[in-house]
Design a protein around this ligand. Sequence first.
Ligand code: FES
Length: 280
Amino acid sequence: MPKVFENHEIAKDVYRMVVEAPDVVKYRKAGQFVMVRPGAGHERIPLTIADADKEKGTITLIYQVVGKTTIEMSRIEAGGEISDVAGPLGMPTHISKVGTVAIVGGGIGVAPSHPIAQSMRAAGNEVIAIMGARNKDLIIMEPEMRAASDEVVIVTDDGSYGEKGFVTDALKRLLDAGRKIDLVVAIGPPIMMKMVSKLTKEYGVSTLVSLNTIMVDGTGMCGGCRVTVGGETKFVCVDGPEFDGHLVDFDEMMRRQKMYSRHEAESRHLCRLDGGTSHG
Ligand code: FES
């Protein structure tokens, strides 16, 4: 079973896990994800690969504690093991030299944006990272993003760090200042990706979004991750996770996510009450 080398909280309810996955390291590309099962009997959850160490054969996963499975995952100590890591899954990001790429990461969305920033820069692009969170304590991976980008703009809703406002304000300011941006990659909460896509559509800037829907099997069989893109049904796990932000039906996606969030809240409550000894 894969060994866990690190697992600790890096922001409120956000954890960083470094886990053994040599085969994933060998084949993974920016934009891909893995399905992780913390223990026998737990459900599998999709997590994007935030970083990888080729020599050690480890991958870094950043995850937010939102329900029973992630609570269990947060309790695994360094030196422990998890049941399995399957992947890499999903289509890799199309990396090419386009000029200037703005990577917009909201909250925990900064984690999957990190390998994309690294790959885009390695392909010769100028990379501007716009990182947003509700407050200073929720900004994650700042040193890593600074190392992977030519320029970093930090925004917080409450102004406790960086500029006060939303990532869309920072992006709009750059565009209004005449900054030539050839591609935007937005990863974060659905509402953030919706607003970024709305803004970039007005400015005519191509935009990729990485969708973080519920997934069950991660192989295109269950339909749990389906979304509508350009009027067509797509499966995030096999057709995505990245899509043209101007074509995604975010309202439908958010309605579907809402159905699950009530169950997550209930399971989180139960898990905290029963000490996490039961799994679903
Ligand atoms: S997770 Fe089942 S079809 Fe995508």
